[in-house]
Design a protein around this ligand. Sequence first.
Ligand code: KIV
Length: 277
Amino acid sequence: MSDKFTTQSFLNAKKNNRKITMLTAYDYSMAQILDESGIDAILVGDSLAMPIQGKDSTLDVTIDEMLYHCRCAARGIKTTMLVGDMPFLTYQINSDEAVRNAGRFIQEGKVNAVKLEGGVSMAATVQAIVKAQIPVMGHIGLTPQSVNVFGGFKVQGKEESAAKALIEDAKALEDAGAFAIVLEAVPEKLAKLITEKVSIPTIGIGAGKYCDGQILVVHDMLGLYSDFTPKFVKQYAKLRETMAEAVCNYISDVKSQQFPEKQHTYTMNDDILERLY
Ligand code: KIV
């Protein structure tokens, strides 16, 4: 059995120029598949709002919902590192609440680390959580919990001032003790610059190839969720079609009595059966 991937593995990977692989997962079976396939880390993202809950934003996902999905995913993994995403308003109010809620992710969610959105504005909070011995992954660029401020899900950091602010955000997270930073929907060359300027790994999603690692929402890359597919997603399978075909075959088999067959049924002693008539 190979070793568990840890926060130290994240830092070693950056030092050794070895790309880090991450995907989201929200349940036992998916986490088990990713773990057995050798993924480095799994994020139980609040993105579950879309493919799991059918919502159009992450804003009303609750901490109890997140903890439930973290526990489900945790049962499926052996060597993969598990990161739990802190939902909206569970860390923004003050550092004390943030530490308490991050602690719930460790104790009740069985994760190894938490992720939260924000840079400079969240640095003191990150520092407080790290001081409580809970590893923190930062997330800057397109931070979906700020969708109402951004006015939509848009690329971030294209203008000079916004690009400078993102560099400051990344440095602030590094100084605060974050072990990695997700860069979402950031121009590739800016992501490259940020990656060079910080000593902790950057994990890109829509941030190009120069990041130290990559993450995608698993339902997007497997072709399971079709409501909206961002430009940065590569579909590695079309499981929605595969699943729909299987369901259609099942319906047809049941209707034509081709299922169940002998090997799917239980037998009993005919004498006993006779006496029941
Ligand atoms: O919630 C999530 O899945 C995320 C990733 C897309 C980085 O934050």
